[in-house]
Design a binder for this molecule. Structure first.
Ligand code: GDP
Length: 372
């Protein structure tokens, strides 16, 4: 299960955002069978119109959405990489997440102190990114040193181990050059596959995808405009290309939660569903579904996952015992009504049998066959 963390300077609205998620209809599903959740961890439902539709279509008794874990990571200050402020505690927390929600403050409110003195989201984005870059450079320097020592004393290491160390050395050196230019490791779009594998073991902070959340006041959120937005977008295009920029208001989300306590659905004006979906997108996550009269369930996989691997998400044994799967495309059934005629669907060729090489696509409805 992939996780994401909320990152930003102090007083930009991180906790307010975190609380808003936790208390929203998307947050901490009570019927989800999980062990105790730490106070700084939220589990949010991944909004899915497909799941809602499929549960109707199959008249499923239960509907089980996918979830995304979100961690509230302590605030960052300038100099965190030198262990000022929360320093290393912060950096360890952020190393463990897969994706980053970076919150910047773009609301003006003279009652709320800005730790840098005034509201300037581009400066804040730069401070946070510089800290992540500095920390990665430090990691890389240490790793390169270790690798060089290991390569000098090859001892009885196997050929492929040596090759992998050499690849790491190459990839880390290239990553270091990028960081020197103020660019994140993820910003380079043409990493070789070997280098990606080599970098993955190092878990660099700037190799994680991010979603930029611009915290604005209610009025700006509702009109989707803000005086800083153009400059923020310009900065993102240059220093964090591909990261979605989303305007939201932590204050307004809090208000929505209070007004809509009794509603069953999340509010349509809320930015939260879109925020969750964007994080899934940058993490390259897609959904497949298993459906029946007992339950309709949404499962999470990475893009380019083969059918047996997808089966393995349901149960580890299924990956090895996988025989084949019956596949229905969401688009072929979304207009149907319950009870629908599966035979006629079959006769139209809309129920396919797929094997172990099939790459599962977003929205696939799968029924796996595995050896007992
Ligand atoms: P954190 O330090 O980043 O976790 O920031 P908090 O969530 O604790 O917010 C700091 C202060 O800013 C609190 O007093 C919040 O009520 C306030 N705040 C958060 N979001 C907004 C917003 O959208 N508008 C306004 N006016 N105040 C906000």
């Amino acid at each position: 299960n992939l996780t994401s963390g909320i990152v930003g300077l102090a007083n930009v609205g991180k906790s307010t955002f975190f609380q808003a998620i936790t208390k929203s209809k998307l947050g901490n599903p009570a019927n989800y069978p999980f062990a105790t959740i730490q106070p700084e961890e939220a589990r949010v439902l991944v909004p899915s119109t497909e799941l809602d539709r499929l549960a109707e279509l199959y008249a499923s008794k239960k509907k089980i959405p996918a979830i995304l874990k979100i961690f509230d990571i302590a605030g960052l200050v300038r100099g965190a990489s030198d262990n000022k402020g929360l320093g290393n505690a912060f950096l360890n927390d952020i190393r463990s997440v897969d994706g980053i929600f970076q919150i910047v403050r773009a609301f003006k409110d003279s009652d709320i102190t800005h730790i840098e003195g005034n509201v300037d989201p581009v400066r804040d984005l730069t401070i946070v990114q510089d800290e992540l870059i500095l920390k990665d450079m430090e990691f890389i320097e240490n790793s390169i040193e270790k690798l060089e020592v290991q390569l000098k004393h090859k001892g009885n290491k196997l050929m492929h181990e040596i090759t992998f160390m050499e690849q790491q050395l190459e990839a880390l050196t290239a990553a270091y050059d990028l960081l020197m230019e103020g660019q994140k490791v993820i910003n380079k779009s043409d990493w070789k596959d070997d280098h990606i594998d080599a970098l993955n073991v190092h878990n660099l902070l700037t190799a994680k995808p991010s979603v930029i959340l611009v915290n604005v006041n209610e009025e700006d959120f509702l009109s989707q405009s803000n005086e800083f937005l153009k400059d923020i977008q310009k900065w993102v295009d240059e220093f964090s290309p591909g990261s979605p920029v989303i305007l939201f208001s932590a204050d307004f989300e809090t208000k929505l939660n209070e007004e809509h306590k009794s509603d069953q659905k999340y509010n349509s004006t809320s930015a939260l569903p879109g925020i969750i979906q964007e994080m899934r997108r940058v993490l390259n996550l897609i959904s497949f579904y298993t459906c029946g009269d007992i339950e309709a369930r949404q499962w999470t996989i990475r893009q380019n996952t083969t059918c047996p691997k997808a089966a393995g998400v349901i149960h580890t044994d299924f990956e090895n015992t996988f025989i084949n799967a019956e596949l229905i495309k969401y688009d072929d059934v979304k207009e149907l009504e319950h009870p629908f005629d599966e035979k006629s669907l079959k006769s139209k060729g809309k129920v396919q049998r797929v094997g172990k090489h099939y790459i599962v696509e977003d929205g696939d409805i799968l029924h796996f066959k595995a050896a007992a």
